[in-house]
Ligand binder design. Structure first.
Ligand SMILES: Cc1cc2nc3c(=O)[nH]c(=O)nc-3n(C[C@H](O)[C@H](O)[C@H](O)COP(=O)(O)O)c2cc1C
Length: 206
């Protein structure tokens, strides 16, 4: 097949971002709840997100710098408090998840703005999203910065202290029944995908 080679330094940061999120897709979405040092709740989605290990359970997400180079509220809060909760948004919560990505002023709670219920956590201070069927309480392990200025990466690595899972999603294992979880993924431009049973296939490992 004919191929094109694209260089980030020729594309510039904005175009590199657009290309990158359309190449690496679909991506899971961490809906991250934090608290400011003053105790104001914050909630925002991050699709630069994945698991990294299970002993201990380890996850990473990256709040990049804003276009003007400022750190996002989530990063400020995580670095100040060392705690966060990763919530998972199924299709039903997609709209409200997206609304929490608006750049609200520091000190404004996204929970209130979009009508979500803050639920106290067991091991950390930030709230869980009561409407979310999967909530993971996390403690900060390390922040790894890569680059400076607009859209530079800040890899937030965290340890999952506990998993809260809605009973109706759990099956023996215990695992989450992916056939009924109605997960969504973020893709390029403003595309998302929805993991319906018809879109899944089963492939046992050799
Ligand atoms: C589905 C989705 C995924 C997103 N993923 C990221 C991401 O991985 N990294 C990032 O920096 N911003 C991401 N954003 C944008 C942030 O959510 C947005 O900048 C938000 O205002 C940050 O909030 P905060 O300043 O309260 O931390 C995403 C937005 C949406 C809707």
């Amino acid at each position: 097949m004919a191929m094109e080679t694209l260089l980030p330094e020729e594309l510039g940061v904005r175009a590199t971002y657009a290309l990158m999120i359309s190449c690496i897709a679909p991506r899971p979405i961490a809906w991250v709840s934090t608290l400011s040092p003053e105790g104001v709740p914050n909630l925002a989605p991050f699709s630069y997100f994945n698991a990294g290990g299970a002993n201990p359970p380890s996850i990473v997400f990256s709040p990049t710098n804003f276009r003007d180079g400022r750190p996002k509220d989530t990063l400020r809060n995580v670095e100040a408090t060392g705690e966060f909760v990763v919530n998972i948004a199924p299709y039903e919560l997609a709209q409200r998840m997206n609304e929490t990505s608006a750049d609200f002023e520091y000190g404004i709670s996204e929970f209130e703005q979009v009508g979500l219920t803050p639920l106290p956590s067991r091991f950390v201070k930030p709230y869980r999203v009561a409407e979310s069927p999967i909530q993971m309480e996390c403690r900060l392990f390390q922040v790894v910065r890569h680059g400076t200025g607009a859209l530079a990466a800040n890899y937030v690595i965290g340890e999952v202290l506990c998993f809260h899972v809605a009973t109706h999603l759990l099956k023996e294992g215990p695992i989450v029944d992916n056939r009924i979880a109605d997960f969504i993924g973020r893709m390029g431009e403003s595309w998302y995908c929805r993991a319906t049973p018809e879109s899944m296939f089963w492939l046992p490992r050799p």
